[in-house]
Each structure stands twice: as structure tokens, then as C-alpha cells.
Design a binder for this molecule. Structure first.
Ligand code: SAM
Ligand code: SF4
Length: 377
């Protein structure tokens, strides 16, 4: 009898961008293409060596290329990486996602992606307001983003778009306009990210110099609530705090993160969770290449204790619309959630939806998520 192996998600990090957007601190470099072949070669070597440890133990059911800007890779580079994965791992895919920047996709590129098996595109649109796009340092305008979405829908991809909320000068009209336009174009998944002002970014210094005005917490909360309302009106269901979809078009790969299912991150700076261990790869080219040469580029390996796993599980499950599944919790940790956390539940009762099968944070109190969760961990 064949044994059913646990499922695995593979994340591939592509750390290249044409230019840096003012808010972004992701692991990525602005390059002149000269690094890319070398990086792809090392990535393929890491895929090969990781497969020796993992391919027998798992069946891969999601692949996600993130960045950076994966769509900067040329056809040959895409082909090399995906072939290496398919050759080295046992795959029974339910989703193959690629992050795409609107100004790096055209019909030819999308057909290449289709041919290698990509099923879903996550397009970084951010806004359909040209002034805001310019302010953010995006290289595309609204029209280009709309053309990219139209093409992706026409070619049959599941399409997700990223929206940023809480930008300086952003109005409620901008938020509603984004959702209306995305919906009209046939998008079935929207990720809504609250702007986070990161250290060392251009955005942070412009705010410090008084050239841009950051929204305060109340304004941010108000815009997020308004976005949720507009999404509901357009029949998008929230399934995670920042993620909304129609027709059950959830991101299966990203759900793994919130459900604490195993994933293997390959490439510079990528994070992994396998068999109760978390680690990340080196986040600069030199150390990453050295690591691959030595056969190990893992950093910060953390063996999680039962208590760590339980805290992570609670923190991540509260992000989900369905919250904590009581029977799953009891099965996983051998304890009764309602009894173990009765004090925290009582303290936060007005913010929680408690049923006989689950405990979730009520929609209107999602903004308080962090302060609620601290009582549980
Ligand atoms: C790696 S990027 C997506 C793909 C591609 N690089 C692009 O920008 O088009 C992932 C998403 O994270 C979001 N993001 C990045 N930095 C952020 C920040 N500081 N605050 C909020 N959202 C951010 C953006 O919506 C972005 O599209
Ligand atoms: S938001 Fe995307 S395109 Fe812009 S710098 Fe970050 S990773 Fe690159």
C-alpha cells in the first residue's frame, strides 16, 4: 500500500527589482541583470541539495515565486528553476503562484508562465491613483496595471491584486475605486496591506522631513474598516485579516503560513518551517552563495518547543476568519482550548465570537487583534 506523504509548500525568492519603491524593505536588489544567471544557478543547486533532505518525506502541493520581482526573470531562467523543482520533488500541485509587477508582464511572458504550469498571479497594483503610484516610486500607472490584469484574466490565471491602505494623501474614494475597478476587471482575490513605515526606507525619511504626512492610527483603522465594507458590498469574503476572495479563490500557499503547515523557502532570505523547525536563508548574495557552496545556507535554526508551537498556532489562527477550530486544537495539543484559556476568553469576551466549534475575533474588533492575542500567549 502506498503511504500518503504530508504536503509541502515551496517558496522561491527572486531578489531583483528594476527600482526600489519608497516604502519597501523586502530582500531585493536593484540590478543590471548581471547577477541573475549566477543567482538562478545557485538557486537550482539549493533546490537539488534540499531535495535530498525533503523529497522523500513530502508531496509538494503549492509553489510560490515571490520577491522582489519574479517576473523580471527571462523565459530560460523560469524554465530552469521550475524544471529543477519538478525533477527533484514529487509534486501534485493545487496551486502555482507567481508575484508579478504590472510593468514586467506582457502576453509573451504570461504565456511562458502558463506553459511552465503557473495557475495564479499575484499582481502588485497598490493603487489605481496615478499620483499615489508616482509618490510610491512605482514604475507603472493605473492604465498599465489595468492592462496587465485584463491580460492575466483573459489568459485564464487566477488573479490576485495587492492594495496598499493608509498611504499619505490617500482618500476613501481611492480605496473604493481600487476595489470597484479590480472587481470589474474580474479579479477574485484582493490582499489589502496597511502601510507599514519601515526603518531605512525613503518613505520614512520623507515623513521625518515633513514632506509626506503619515496617517494616524485612527485614520488607518477607519480606512481599513471602509475597505472591508466596500469589499463586502462587492461580495469579497475576508478569510484572513488582509486577504479577501470570491468563489473560494483563497491563496492555498499563503494559507499554509497561517495554518502552520510545512513550507520550504529556497533562495536568499527565504523562511522555512518543516518538522517543528524554523529557519531562514542568508539574506545577502555573498553569504547565500557561500552557504550553497558549503551545502547549508540556513541561519537562525530554531527548534520549536510544544509551548512555542501552541503560541504560534493561536497567533496565526486568530488572523483567520474562522479563528481557532476547537476540535483541531484539542487534537493537536491534547487540551481543551476553552478550559485552558478560560481566563483570557472571559477577559476578551466582548471582542470574541465563541461557538461550540470555534473561537474567533469579531470582524469589528480585528484592529485590536494584537492586544487580544497577548492574553492567550
Ligand atoms: C514583494 S511585493 C509584491 C510584488 C512586486 N514586487 C510588486 O511590488 O509589484 C509584496 C507586496 O507587499 C506589499 N508591501 C510591501 N512593502 C510594504 C509596506 N511597507 N507596507 C505595506 N505593504 C507593503 C505591497 O502591496 C507589495 O505588493
Ligand atoms: S514593492 Fe515590489 S517592486 Fe517595489 S521594491 Fe518592493 S519588491 Fe520591488
Amino acid at each position: 500500500m502506498t503511504q500518503i506523504k504530508p504536503s509541502l509548500g515551496i517558496y522561491i525568492h527572486i531578489p531583483f527589482c528594476k527600482s526600489r519603491c519608497i516604502y519597501c524593505d523586502f530582500v531585493s536588489s536593484v540590478d543590471d541583470c548581471s547577477q541573475r544567471d549566477k543567482y538562478v544557478e545557485y538557486l537550482c543547486r539549493q533546490i537539488r541539495s534540499a531535495s535530498e533532505d525533503f523529497s522523500d518525506k513530502y508531496t509538494v502541493d503549492t509553489i510560490y515565486f515571490g520577491g522582489g520581482t519574479p517576473t523580471l526573470l527571462d523565459d530560460k531562467q523560469f524554465d530552469l528553476i521550475s524544471k529543477e523543482i519538478f525533477k527533484r520533488f514529487h509534486c501534485a500541485l493545487k496551486e502555482f503562484s507567481v508575484e508579478a509587477n504590472p510593468c514586467t508582464i506582457d502576453r509573451e511572458k504570461l504565456i511562458t508562465l502558463k506553459n511552465i504550469g503557473v495557475t495564479r498571479l499575484s499582481i502588485g497594483v497598490q493603487s489605481f491613483n496615478d499620483e499615489l503610484l508616482k509618490m510610491l516610486g512605482r514604475r507603472h500607472d493605473a492604465r498599465r496595471a489595468e492592462d496587465a490584469i485584463r491580460l492575466a484574466v483573459e489568459l485564464g490565471f487566477d488573479v490576485s491584486v495587492d492594495a496598499m491602505i493608509g498611504l499619505p494623501n490617500q482618500t476613501k474614494f481611492d480605496v473604493k475605486d481600487f476595489i470597484d475597478r479590480a472587481d470589474t476587471l474580474g479579479v477574485e482575490h484582493i490582499s489589502v496591506y496597511m502601510l507599514s513605515v519601515e526603518e531605512g526606507t525613503g518613505l520614512k525619511s520623507l515623513i521625518e522631513q515633513g514632506k509626506l504626512i503619515a496617517k494616524n492610527d485612527d485614520q488607518l483603522a477607519d480606512l481599513y474598516e471602509y475597505a472591508c465594507l466596500c469589499l463586502k458590498e462587492r461580495n469579497f469574503q475576508r478569510y484572513e485579516i488582509s486577504n479577501f476572495c470570491k468563489n473560494q479563490k483563497v491563496s492555498h500557499h499563503n494559507l499554509r503560513y497561517w495554518q502552520r503547515l510545512d513550507y520550504l523557502g529556497l533562495g536568499m532570505g527565504a523562511h522555512s518551517l518543516t518538522n517543528g523547525e524554523r529557519w531562514n536563508n542568508s539574506d545577502n548574495f555573498k553569504d547565500y552563495y557561500d552557504g550553497v557552496d558549503k551545502g547549508d545556507c540556513r541561519r537562525n535554526i530554531q527548534k520549536l518547543s510544544k509551548e512555542d508551537i501552541e503560541s504560534e498556532y493561536i497567533m496565526l489562527a486568530f488572523r483567520l476568519q474562522k479563528g481557532i477550530d476547537l476540535s483541531e486544537f484539542n487534537k493537536k495539543f491534547g487540551e481543551n482550548f476553552l478550559m485552558k484559556y478560560s481566563k483570557a476568553i472571559k477577559k476578551n469576551l466582548e471582542f470574541l465570537e465563541v461557538t461550540s466549534t470555534s473561537v474567533a475575533i469579531k470582524d469589528k474588533y480585528l484592529q485590536l487583534m494584537n492586544s487580544i492575542i497577548v492574553d492567550f500567549i
